[in-house]
Design a protein around this ligand. Structure first.
Ligand SMILES: Nc1nc2c(ncn2[C@@H]2O[C@H](COP(=O)(O)OP(=O)(O)OP(=O)(O)O)[C@@H](O)[C@H]2O)c(=O)[nH]1
Ligand SMILES: [Zn+2]
Length: 210
């Protein structure tokens, strides 16, 4: 094994592990692990080199086991992850894969809300009905990871204005916001519609008539 793990007491890079990713056009990325992240979760950064002197593209992707791994059609997470990996393969940048399953409520709770959503309750109201917040995520760990990677200026790939606002409040210079695509299908139309209603910039969704 050729991985050096360096002891640290503040949030810092712990190790960089090269890995070839079929979902990133077969490019080799560095998977970066960290010491002392604020929420003690095992978040990772997936780094693809960007041209020196340019502001890197960053995607903060919240874990969705059902969408990212199983290809669930209920949400747009899987296509968004593929879109991000393809863009990062093309121009370089960083994917922060954040262990914030179910917008922070966890996998089992998310699956419980699916049962409610099948009774015509939207994704945000369903969270409230099980006693949780509509969106429990914060991006302190993401900001710490970016700092540990030496990235203070970024372009952020998202349709979620809250991610931009939180990162800026945490001292990261978000110089540009790059919209993600609108991966609309008959299965996720209600989900995307609820996201648009909660402030996500999904203008194309309206054009698509959902
Ligand atoms: N609680 C809950 N979480 C969900 C549901 N569907 C997907 N998620 C989670 O939502 C997170 C992704 O958040 P989204 O609201 O889809 O998108 P976003 O990350 O806020 O915004 P973008 O950066 O534009 O993609 C992931 O952690 C998913 O696990 C759902 O129905 N209920
Ligand atoms: Zn999802």
């Amino acid at each position: 094994m050729n991985v050096t793990v360096m002891p640290q007491t503040t949030c810092a890079v712990r190790a960089r592990v090269p890995i070839t990713l079929e979902r990133a056009r077969g490019r080799t990325a560095e998977l970066v692990t960290f010491h002392d992240l604020p929420d003690a979760q095992e978040h990772i950064a997936c780094v693809l080199p960007h041209p020196p002197g340019t502001v890197p593209l960053v995607r903060m992707h919240s874990e969705c086991l059902t969408g990212d791994m199983l290809g669930s059609a209920r949400c747009d997470c899987g296509p968004q992850l593929d879109e991000a990996l393809t863009a990062l393969a093309d121009e370089g940048g960083v994917l922060l894969y954040l262990r914030q399953e179910g917008r922070g409520i966890g996998l089992y709770n998310k699956l419980d809300t699916y049962v409610l959503q099948d009774q015509d309750i939207d994704t945000f109201s369903a969270n409230r009905l099980i006693g949780r917040g509509e969106d429990e995520r914060d991006y302190r760990a993401a900001a710490a990871m970016l700092r540990a990677l030496g990235l203070h200026r970024i372009r952020l790939l998202t349709n979620n204005p809250d991610k931009v606002a939180q990162l800026r409040a945490l001292g990261i210079r978000v110089e540009d916001v790059v919209p993600t695509g609108v991966h609309l299908t008959p299965h996720n139309a209600r989900y995307l519609s609820a996201k648009a209603g909660s402030g996500h910039t999904l203008a194309l969704l309206k054009e698509a008539g959902a």
